[in-house]
Design a protein around this ligand. Structure first.
Ligand code: ARG
Length: 576
């Protein structure tokens, strides 16, 4: 048998159902089999028979077509579910293969050759983080950074070529405002300070809003200054560069702490030169048209409001730059897939972008808006007045680390200060990332510090703790030799093996849906399984053949846990 078990069942059902969708899953409740499916309901519908009848048809079909000694039992459960039990031999065989793959377990499995080398050759651009220059990075950017990085890691793990792209917001009318106010403030020193210091810039935005009330001219000034910048004015360009450089330094500090790296930093400003020709083309091809002095792309055929390409004062827009960037990505990087990890709030923008792309003849079907919700503060009372968007990002990161530090100080006072700080970072940042990645990205999330840092329950630290516990068992076992997979015969052994066998399937489900919480949830259920395993079965104290086999089981569990967490961008510690 050359396939992993899940695939065997899934391929057989696919063949019988002729491509119709069905679910195949690991039952949450024990006693419902090793795997179960709703496939009979699908068959019942297409063949106009009752689900129970369809279940019987599928049961007979599967028993007739599965490899010998594969199924132990196929049970039909009202009102038409199928529950499968595999034979011990089938589980053991698969487990032996997983062990052979070792740390590579989870990578695409070549079902024909039985190896682990069949990797996808696709190229995927994952665009994430995308902070804005001369503005503070907020927790919304944090979500994008965490989710995008996890997706990029997971795609890369399957052998795909991943381009991690940071599309920074380094262009736009805000620079006109900054420059206009800054110039009024001469001397030169004050001017540079404003451009260099994000806090000073933020103060200027407020000042600008205030001052335009008394001085409507200022609005006009700002527009002129931005126009000058767009036209390549030397002084303004230098001021802008100052701002970009300083912001980037700040941003890189955040990435350093979070362990984030990009392949491409190509932001909005990179497309300045391409906008004029693009706009001309859109006009010539009759895609864009004038409307009250502005230039728009009507999109009513797509049921969308028109896309604004150029304002009446001639300034280009966010959408215009995104069109140019999409063309650049498609033409120069030849991606099979482009992911934009951006909050729900920009849904309309991306619908418009993809609709305009279609009109230009770009195949935008490979581009996807990977959406996510807001971050809300823990104090529910404050939600109505203050959305999490305004919490400065560095404050959140520091708080996570200092709270983790309190836990580490209490649990491991014997460690050196440096070591405790190192561990606190791994735990604090792991907690922050896991809190985000364990929830459906489409929902709003809260920062509930106690829950996030708890060593029990669905948290990053709980998974890290489980890993450390596995490692501690492995440390105590000195000589682990070759083993007989036949020694793993208890129900708990089977369940843990099966759980580990589900890892590749879990990775695949993230690839198909861009939902990292599938992996996070899998790791959590693995952790629970492992922790209850020790309670049921002795490992170190089992008789030699069983002990040996179980230590291999524990080793693979530790490998999967570490690999899975690292794909989520979360580190582990050996002792906790
Ligand atoms: N910089 C933007 C913001 O902070 C997000 C950019 C999203 N990406 C894109 N291609 N438009 O809101």
């Amino acid at each position: 048998m050359n396939m992993i078990m899940f695939e065997t069942v899934s391929k057989l059902l696919e063949k019988r159902l002729g491509g119709a969708e069905f679910a195949l899953s690991l039952p949450e409740i024990s006693g419902r089999g090793h795997l179960s499916t709703n496939a009979a309901f699908i068959l019942a519908e297409s063949e106009k028979i009752s689900p129970m009848e369809a279940a019987l048809t599928l049961k007979k079909y599967l028993e007739g077509s599965a490899p010998d000694g594969f199924f132990h039992t196929i049970e039909i459960a009202e009102p038409g579910f199928l529950n499968f039990w595999f034979t011990e031999r089938a589980i053991q065989n698969e487990f032996a293969k997983a062990l052979e793959a070792g740390e590579g377990w989870g990578r695409p499995f070549d079902s024909v050759q039985g190896g682990h080398t069949k990797e996808s050759k696709e190229t995927v651009i994952v665009e994430y983080s995308q902070p804005n220059i001369a503005k503070p990075m907020h927790v919304g950017h944090l979500r994008s950074t965490i989710i995008g990085d996890a997706l990029a890691n997971i795609f890369e793990f399957t052998g795909r070529k991943v381009i991690r792209w940071n599309y920074i917001g380094d262009w736009g009318t805000q620079f006109g405002k900054l420059i206009a106010v800054a110039k009024k403030k001469n001397p030169q020193e004050a001017l540079t300070n404003i451009m260099r210091d994000v806090k000073a810039s933020v103060a200027v935005y407020k000042e600008f809003a205030e001052e335009t009330k008394n001085d409507p001219e200022l609005e006009e000034e700002a527009r002129k200054e931005f126009k000058k910048l767009e036209d390549g004015d030397k002084e303004n360009k230098a001021l802008w560069e100052e701002s970009v450089k300083a912001s980037r330094e700040e941003i890189e500090k955040v990435y350093d702490i979070l362990g984030i790296k990009f392949d491409v930093w190509k932001g909005e400003s990179s497309y300045e030169k391409e906008l004029e020709p693009l706009i001309k083309r859109l006009k010539k091809d009759g895609i864009a048209k004038e409307s009250e002095g502005a230039l728009i792309v009507p999109l009513d055929d797509e049921g969308l409001p028109p896309g604004l390409i150029r304002k009446s004062d001639g300034a280009t827009l966010y959408l215009t730059r995104d069109i140019a960037s999409l063309e650049d990505r498609i033409n120069n990087y030849k991606p099979d897939t482009i992911l934009y990890v951006v909050d729900n709030g920009q849904s309309l923008h991306f619908q418009q972008l993809f609709a305009v792309a279609k009109k230009i003849g770009i195949d935008a079907s490979r581009a996807h808006h990977v959406k996510f919700g807001l971050v809300l503060s823990e104090d529910m009372k404050r939600l109505s007045t203050r959305s999490g968007r305004h919490i400065p990002l560095m404050d959140v990161i520091s708080e996570a680390i200092s709270r983790a530090r309190a836990v580490v100080d209490e649990k491991q006072p014997e460690l050196s200060d440096v070591e405790r700080e190192r561990i606190s970072k791994i735990i604090g940042i792991g907690a922050l990332k896991y809190n985000d990645l364990s929830q459906n990205r489409m929902s709003d999330i809260t920062l509930n510090w106690d829950k996030m840092l708890s060593l029990e329950g669905n948290s990053g630290p709980y998974l890290q703790y489980t890993y450390a516990r596995l490692k501690s068992i492995l440390r105590k076992a000195d000589n682990v030799s070759d083993f007989e997979v036949g020694a793993l015969v208890s129900e708990a052994d089977h369940e843990l093996m099966l759980k580990l066998l589900m890892f590749p399937e879990t990775i695949e489900s993230v690839i198909e849906t861009y939902f990292p919480h599938y992996l996070a949830n899998y790791l959590y259920s693995l952790a629970r399984e492992v922790n209850s395993y020790y309670e049921k079965e002795p490992v170190l104290k089992a008789e030699p053949a069983v002990r040996n086999a179980r230590l291999h089981l524990v080793q693979l569990a530790a490998d999967v846990m570490r690999t899975g967490l690292s794909l989520l961008g979360i580190g582990v510690v050996e002792r906790m």
